[in-house]
Write a protein that binds this ligand. Sequence first.
Ligand code: SF4
Length: 338
Amino acid sequence: MFEKFVKEKALPKYKIDQLYQQFYQSNIDSWDALTTWSLEERENLKKEIPFSTLNNFEEFISKDKRTIKTLSLTKEGYPVETVLMKSKERNTLCISCMSGCPVGCKFCATGQMKFNKPLTSSEIIDQIMYFKRKLNSSKENITNIVFMGMGEPMLNLNNVVDAINIIIDPKRIGLGRRRITVSTVGYIDQLKKFLDKDLGVKVAISLHAPTQKLRESLMPTVAKDNTLEDLIDLLITYQKKRNKKITYEYLLLKDVNDTVEHAKELAKLLRNQIALVNLINFNPSKELPFQPSSRKRIIAFQEVLDSREINNTLRYSYGNEINAACGQLANIKPEASS
Ligand code: SF4
């Protein structure tokens, strides 16, 4: 991407500013539109770096038009999925940091597809730029970014951190730090390194089970060596140091982790923490052997958390029919497309 180009060519500061302003903030759609540079400079730039590291974007739009999923390809031809979720107050972009995922959580469609590669920071940023340009045409912008698409951010830490630095830089994308959420299943060593960087972004932990045994059965790759006890210890230490709230993602799977007993275990695990539990009902997928929780079960689960003063919310699930909802990104082309 051109951050490397800028360094190598030792461009003067005003040239870099022009490049950043036009690309990231004016949302130009090709190097030809970089009109603050001379024709010769533009031609040289074109020879050296592609305008986008992702191509062949295909769009899939939900019936209510609130969710747009794209499927794009890296230069090696690997699929990358990105999802825009629109509401009255915000336009949240869910981005991928890998093509596929090596972690293989049992409830996640991405984890069942082939792992191709971690994405470069440019491939992460080009997902954002595609939607920035798209929204710009209707005078809208992205208001929030979540690293919750394909892949585990802690297993692609350097590229994720480089991308975050571009997103928060006021001269580049310039989004507020607290508008960015990084979701992780909890690789402890990498998470510690990430938290120590103190980037000021929000962190969400994909918990999904209140006990070590259950977590190991649902997320064996990560949970065996990164125990729930160690993970919670790290998060409590972080909270004491920084006084920041931690969000826990908890996918409700019928008869697996959604009973009143599970809710009690969860409340016990999170007592004494500044925590928010985001409950997400499972989005059924042909490839996965799970079912969503019933409404009755969810109410009972929330009642237990409420009675123990654990902040919780049931998250609206976007884009189910276009396979754009949580855990459904698996290079599957939906029937409802445009
Ligand atoms: S939940 Fe996250 S870490 Fe687990 S397989 Fe899916 S994408 Fe990978």
